[in-house]
Design a protein around this ligand. Sequence first.
Ligand SMILES: [Mn+2]
Length: 452
Amino acid sequence: MPATLARTSAFPARPAVYAAYCGLALWSLLAGSLAGAATPEPALPALTEPEQTEATSVYAARRAALMKEMGEGVAVVYANGQEDGDGYRQGSDFYYLTGVLEEGAVLVLAPKERSYREFLVLPNRDPEAERWTGARESIGDALRTRYGFERILRSDRLQGLLIDLAARSPTLWQVSRPSPESKPADLELYGQISAKLPGVTIKSLGWTLERMRSRHSADELALMQHAVRISEAGFAAAAPQIHPRGFEGSVEAEAERVFKSSGARRPAYASIVGSGPNSTILHYPRSERVMADGELIVMDMAAEYAHYAADITRTFPVSGHFTDEQRKIYDIVLKAQQAAFAILRPGVYYEDLDRAARKVIRDAGYGDYFIHGLGHFVGLDVHDAGAYHEPLEAGMVITLEPGIYIPERKLGVRIEDDVLITPTGARFMTDGIPREAEAVERWLAEHGKPRP
Ligand SMILES: [Mn+2]
C-alpha cells in the first residue's frame, strides 16, 4: 500500500547489533546454499491462542530494553488502539511492549524503582458493558501470570501512581512518536502531573521505540514470512477471477477469504483492487467494477497474521497477456524496483533506494507519473515504525513499491514486495508470486481461469 512520505529527522543514529538474529539468518543462508535449495521457511514461535500473542517473556525483554534507554524517570504508554471492521485493534507501540490486547489499558515504566518497575493499568470492570463485549478477568494471580506483570492496577489509581513515581524520579518520558492525527494522551497526563508536582521535566525518548520495533527478532520475521505466505495463497486463489467480465469484488473476496481461513485475523489494510481506469487510483477503495479485455488490474492486498503485516501489490493483464504498451510500462516499473534492490544492504539509506528507483522511471520519461514514495517499513503496522533518516540494518523489513500511473491512458502499474535486509544484502520475502512479465503470464496461465 503506498504511503505518503513526509518525515523529518531530529535524533542521531545509534548502532545496535542483533547477534541472535544475525546468527540465525547466517545459518539459514548457509543451510540453503549447502543444500542447493531455497532457504527453508523459518519456524513459527509458539503463540498463545486465541490471542496469537508471543510468550510474556518476549514483551518483558522489550520493556527492559526500553527502561535501559530511559535510565530514570517514568514513562506512560497508552493502548491507543482503534476499532476497525474486524474489531478492536490494539495500538502497536503498546502491543509491542505488553502483548496485552485490552482496550483502555496503560503501561507505566519506572526504571529507578527498587522493587516494582513496571505497572499495567486496566480500566475498571463494567459488568453491564461486559454482557455486550465479553467478560474481563478480575485482578489476581491468574491475570498477573497471563500478562506477565507483577503489578496490575485499575485506572482510577493512575494519577496517584504517577505522582508517587515522579516524586522519586522527576522525568516524564514521551515514548510514542507524536503523529499529526493522534491526541497525545501521554502529554496531557504529564501536564496534569507537572501541575501538581513542580520540578518535573518532560522529555522525549526520540526514535528509541521506533528503532526497536524496526529491528525485528527471528520470531517476528517468521510471523511476517507467514503473513506473506498466506497473502500469496490469497493471490493464487483470486487468480481465476481475473478475466474479461470478471468482477473486482470477486478478486478481493477470494483473497480475503483465504487470508481469514488461513488464520489471519484481518487484512493488513483495506484491499485495493482496481482495473482499467481504477488501476491509476492509488487508494481505490470500492472494488466494484467489471474488468474488460485489454486492461490491467492492480491488486494491493495482504494479510495480517499474529499482529504482523504483509504488504503486496501485483499488476496483471486481465486477458492473461500484456499489450506492448502495458509491457513497456511494466518493465520500467520492474527495472526501478530492481535498481533499488540492487543497492540494498545494511548501511544504505532509504532515500538512496528511493532515488535509485526514481531515476529509472525519470530516465524513461515517466517521472511525473510516479507520485508516491518508494516504500516503507513493515511490521506490526503495514506502514510501520522506523527511523527513515538512519541507515538500514539487517533484520529490518521494507517494501519496494515503485509505480507508474497514467490516468489519460487508463493504465496504472505498481509492483510491491516485502524485502528483508540481511547481513550481506537483502532478500525478497514475497518470492511466491512472479514479478517478471513473462513469468506473470505463465503464472496466470497456470493459476487463472482456463482460457480457450
Ligand atoms: Mn505498501
